[in-house]
Ligand binder design. Structure first.
Ligand code: ZN
Ligand code: ZN
Length: 258
């Protein structure tokens, strides 16, 4: 078993040859993929891919970059869309102060709306956070105090301190191909010690192709390279990393079936 917990199969670069991309993923041992939404206009296609491919699951949500473009996103809409049997998560949502493509207050309010949807549906939330650790942690904690929800910090690049704050709230941490980059020493140090029972792996394809594919279009097949790197980094077996991160995926995204 090997699960790519976060990819964008309907983005340019992958959509043109989605069949071949899925074939290559399966050949490199990937047994399931979570196809992530970033804006409302994608939802129908993302869900359609998951209806067509039994090893692809879907999420429903609005990326923080897109918060300004979706002023009318509300809880009822998210909950309704998430009822589809192939939708197993809410997101990606969160805060991105690195690009600041959307107003920060709008990002925050959209993030909270997504957490409310996660709580109401019982589905995990997929959190994107960049240069916004403090606000991300404080919103997650504040919302947790108002009622439980589950989730994952996707494409984790934040501090070790933030990782443990998220783990303390019961969230999972997903490691992307960034961990294989030469200049990612801090991330490697953190990834080496995080508890194995709370780790996921992902590609965030078509972005962030890991070593030795840097510069290419990322695709789910490459999650195997990230898992292999992680195994070496942590001194664990490749098979164990694959099995454990897959089990973690199904524990968290429990609406997805093996
Ligand atoms: Zn993201
Ligand atoms: Zn993404």
């Amino acid at each position: 078993m090997l699960v790519d917990s976060h990819c964008h199969l309907n983005y340019k670069g992958l959509i043109e040859e989605q069949g071949a991309v899925l074939d290559r993923a399966r050949k490199s041992g990937v047994t399931a993929m979570l196809n992530i939404s970033t804006r409302e206009s994608e939802w129908r296609d993302i869900v359609a891919t998951a209806e067509r491919e039994s090893d692809v699951w879907a999420s429903i949500g609005i990326h923080p970059h897109e918060a300004d473009a979706h002023p009318d996103i509300d809880l009822a809409k998210l909950v309704r869309e998430a009822e589809h049997e192939r939708v197993v998560g809410i997101g990606e949502t969160g805060l991105d102060y690195y690009y600041d493509h959307s107003d920060r207050d709008r990002q925050k309010s959209s993030f909270r709306t997504h957490i409310h949807a996660a709580r109401e549906t019982g589905l995990p939330i997929i959190v994107h956070t960049r240069d916004a650790e403090e606000d991300t942690a404080s919103i997650m904690k504040d919302e947790m105090e108002q009622g439980g929800y589950s989730g994952v910090i996707h494409c984790f690049t934040a501090s070790e301190d933030f990782a443990y704050k998220a783990l303390d709230l019961g969230l999972y941490i997903s490691i992307s191909g960034i961990v294989t980059f030469k200049n990612a020493k801090d991330l490697q140090a953190t990834a080496a010690k995080l508890p194995l029972d709370r780790l996921l792996v992902e590609t965030d394809a078509p972005f962030l192709a890991p070593v030795p594919h840097r510069g290419k279009t990322g695709e789910p097949a490459f999650v195997a390279d990230t898992a292999r790197f992680l195994a070496e980094l942590r001194g664990e077996d490749y098979t164990e990393i694959c099995e454990k991160t897959s089990q973690n995926f199904y524990n968290l995204f429990s609406k997805a079936r093996v």
